[in-house]
Design a protein around this ligand. Structure first.
Ligand code: GDP
Ligand code: MG
Length: 768
């Protein structure tokens, strides 16, 4: 039975065609090792049966994404009888880019011009015969959705001769180099020598890994990287020779995507719109006052009643009744956002579970230390971290939607103009935005950046794009500030902290690209996919992956570290158990107190007096996993709170309790303390990331760069924290920092203008 592989861009209608061809015979599995769907089935509608396989959607055959590698290797290694290249006829130029690459392989190709129903609806025509002549392979007009042209497509596919030699559209411009590279592969008798030759000229890493390939590239192109030239030639050829097959109707018809793009990628509005979208996402995830309804009612002089005001209280006038507690999940003087509602609901479940377990242990007469270890240590830590899962998932869901709809790609395109000023290309945007989810995949994703220096700079700033695990630090402390001092607005603080991370990244990149990582920014080539509604199943798969990962971490690393922290905070140096009240004498406290002065310039050192060591300990445990910061905080705060006895009852957040206690005991001013807390968030956001992220960065960075990267993270976080604390706590140092910032900016501007060389200044010094 002949096997045909369906290849094409994402959303060109592959799956629709696949379903139309194979009907009930389809079988869905996974490609080995990756969670990319593999669909196989049999076509029975013709004279002869044929096997059909749906390859993942791709824009090119470069080895940048797993999808591209899968498709490429499938065609090269499994050698299907032929390729059915599906081309979205409403988007000819973009789709034919892949076609020009497929044609370079030694495999029969037939082109299915899909979405012809749309083309006709717009009143356009396509000259399939002209296209067929230009490309030298059969071209058939179809509509996968309406089922037209499919029989003809398969009849012609089955009639294709079994052999075909690859052909290229690059012959005119790059004939000499291609012939030279091709000779290298032909010597070895590899099949598809033309395809490999062109890829080699693109400095494709899979090709370069082959023996003798580097030398062959040197011979063919003088070692020059021709990737951009080749891409450019392909487009030039397509727009000059192939796209002309489209006969436009008299009037210019804009596709739906074009219309949306007019707004979303508008020269002026694109970025404000993007910021609004981001703010909305954060608002829906973190706000305790959805759409500012509560604030508006306040301003109008008719504040909304709290749940207690509504009378859902017991006799003491404070404790909520069961009904009151249920209502307060959704509303308490203001409507909560979906994120907060989910958080509250989960929190209600976990705290009743903890209460039940602790209650049962106490009534069974369990030892005090065991109740403490389980209640405050293990359960407190794990639930503190798990509690943030709903908000992390929600945030992740929003980002996946932005990505799947094609909006992220637009933003990368829009931002390229701006990124260029800082010495990065728009391509660096994807890994950065992925950093908001997790630094690991983000760091790996930097492989799409061809330039080594650009890549190093990007990897270094990825942790500043605050990941899911750092989110609890933000929300808990922002929430703590709001609750303890009754000032500010949690989602505004959270959003500004994210913005701060981004600003730090920008400044850091700017500095690096002007000093240690100087270099040209490579050109930006990216395909803009058409907008579409994201697949539900895909989204859910993403979310499930995330949940699994997070829960696993909560029950392994975080479980272990909370137990260790609890033990060290309840043991003295001579291994005596001490109750909560004497925690000041514990091993952990003395280590924390020893380290505390290091953080004094950042505001959470010696100023915070007897409990300041908690911050030092939390920051350090964060190096294992960022979730630990809040898990540690909670474990310690529960104990300290119990000791102080007031302020932490009634389910006020543990962090709030700690903040309230410290400010009461040290008499530190509210302004100074808030600055210190914000500095603490900033420090954790910009410092050395978790173990796993460090290991990935180490693997992905060029040799010898990792130790400098570690130092870079330490220095950046220390400086950022210090700047924030001093700026926030006292007004006068602000002037100094502004002066420093202005001086640095001036130096960079001057240097860019070529009038001043910072490095030369230092070099001259050394010589003297
Ligand atoms: P894939 O990503 O290549 O597998 O694309 P899908 O098969 O999922 O199709 C993407 C979208 O295009 C879906 O909304 C389809 O309904 C739509 N589509 C596919 N083929 C056609 C067609 O021939 N005409 C029209 N109008 N829409 C189509
Ligand atoms: Mg599909």
């Amino acid at each position: 039975m002949k096997t045909f592989a369906l290849a094409g861009n994402p959303n060109c209608g592959k799956t629709t065609l696949f379903n139309a061809l194979t009907g009930a015979t389809a079988h869905v599995g996974n490609w080995p090792g990756v969670t990319v769907d593999k669909r196989e089935g049999v076509y029975k509608g013709g004279a002869e049966q044929a096997a059909v396989i749906d390859l993942p959607g791709i824009y090119s055959l470069s080895p940048y994404t797993p999808e591209e590698v899968i498709s490429r290797n499938y065609i090269l290694d499994e050698k299907p009888y032929g390729i059915i290249n599906i081309v979205d006829a409403t988007n000819l130029e973009r789709n034919l880019y892949l076609t020009t690459q497929l044609l370079e392989m030694d495999v029969p190709v037939i082109i299915a011009l899909n979405m012809m129903d749309e083309v006709q609806k717009a009143g356009d025509k396509l000259n399939a015969a002209a296209l067929e002549k230009a490309l030298g392979v059969p071209v058939v007009e179809i509509s996968a959705l309406k089922g037209t042209g499919i029989k003809e497509l398969m009849a012609r596919a089955l009639a294709m001769p079994a052999e075909r030699k690859g052909s290229t559209v690059l012959g005119k411009a790059l004939g000499r180099q291609i012939a030279a590279a091709q000779a290298f592969y032909e010597e070895d008798g590899v099949s598809s020598p033309l395809f490999h030759a062109v890829k080699l000229l693109e400095s494709d890493e899979l090709e370069l890994a082959k023996k003798g390939a580097k030398e062959a590239l040197e011979r063919a192109a003088g070692g020059e990287d021709m990737e951009a030239v080749i891409a450019d030639e392909r487009y030039k050829y397509i727009s000059a020779n192939l796209a002309t097959a489209k006969v436009k109707a008299g009037r210019e018809v804009l596709t739906k995507s074009d219309k949306i793009d007019r707004v979303l990628t508008h020269r002026v509005w694109a970025i404000p719109i993007f910021l609004v979208v981001l703010f909305l996402i954060f608002h829906l995830t973190f706000s305790e006052d959805l759409f500012f309804i509560g604030a508006i009612a306040d301003a109008a002089g008719a504040p909304l009643p709290s749940v207690a005001d509504l009378g859902y209280v017991l006799e003491d006038g404070e404790t909520l009744t069961a009904a009151g507690r249920t209502i307060s999940v959704f509303y308490d003087g203001a409507v909560f956002s979906p994120g907060v509602i989910l958080f509250n609901a989960l929190d209600a479940c976990t705290s009743s579970l903890t209460d039940a377990i602790v209650g049962a242990m106490e009534s069974a007469g369990a030892a005090e230390w065991s109740v403490g270890l389980l209640g405050d240590g293990v359960l407190g830590g794990i639930f503190a971290v798990l509690g943030f899962l709903p908000q992390i998932l929600l945030l992740f869901l929003f980002f996946s939607i932005l990505e799947d709809t094609g909006y992220m790609a637009r933003i990368a395109f829009v931002l390229d103009r701006i990124f260029r000023r800082f010495g990065l290309s728009g391509r660096a945007f994807m890994p950065m935005i992925m950093g908001f989810g997790c630094s690991l995949p983000a760091t790996i994703n930097t492989r799409t950046l061809a330039d080594e220096k650009e890549r190093t700079a990007t990897i270094r700033v990825i942790p500043f794009f605050s990941c899911g695990a750092k989110l609890p630090i933000l929300t808990a402390i922002a929430g703590g500030i709001v609750m303890a001092f009754g000032v500010g607005n949690a989602d505004v603080i959270t959003f500004s902290m994210y913005l701060l991370g981004v600003c730090t990244a920008i400044i850091a990149v700017l500095l690096m690209r002007n000093t240690t990582l100087k270099g040209e920014t490579p050109p930006f080539i990216m395909e803009l996919p058409a907008y579409h509604v994201p697949g539900f199943k895909n989204l859910m798969l993403h979310l499930w992956d995330k949940t699994k990962h997070f829960v696993k971490k909560a029950f392994t690393i975080i479980f272990a570290s909370t137990v260790i922290i609890w033990l060290f905070s309840h043991l003295t140096w001579n291994w005596h158990y001490i109750p909560d009240e004497e925690m000041q004498n514990s091993i952990l406290a003395s280590i924390g107190m020893f380290l505390q002065p290091i953080f004094t310039p950042l505001g959470f050192g010696s100023q915070l007096g007897a409990y300041g060591w908690v911050f030092a300990v939390a920051a350090i445990t964060g190096l294992i996993a960022k979730e630990n910061v809040i898990a540690t905080f909670t474990t310690l705060a529960l104990c300290i709170g119990a000791y102080v006895g007031e302020g932490t009852e009634e389910g006020i957040e543990e962090v709030t309790g700690l903040i309230a206690k410290i400010s009461l005991e040290t008499g530190i001013s509210q302004q100074e303390f808030i600055s210190a807390l914000i500095a603490f968030i900033a420090f954790n956001m910009t410092t050395v990331p978790c173990f796993a992220a460090c290991a990935t960065a180490r693997a992905e960075l060029p040799r010898g760069k990792f130790k400098w990267t570690l130092l870079f993270w330490l220095v950046t976080s220390y400086i950022t924290g210090t700047v924030i604390y001093t700026t926030g706590a006292w007004i006068w140092p602000v002037a100094i920092w502004i002066a420093v910032a202005a001086a640095v900016t001036a130096l960079i501007v001057l240097r860019n203008l070529g009038k001043f060389d910072i490095c030369a200044l230092f070099k001259r010094r050394k010589k003297e």
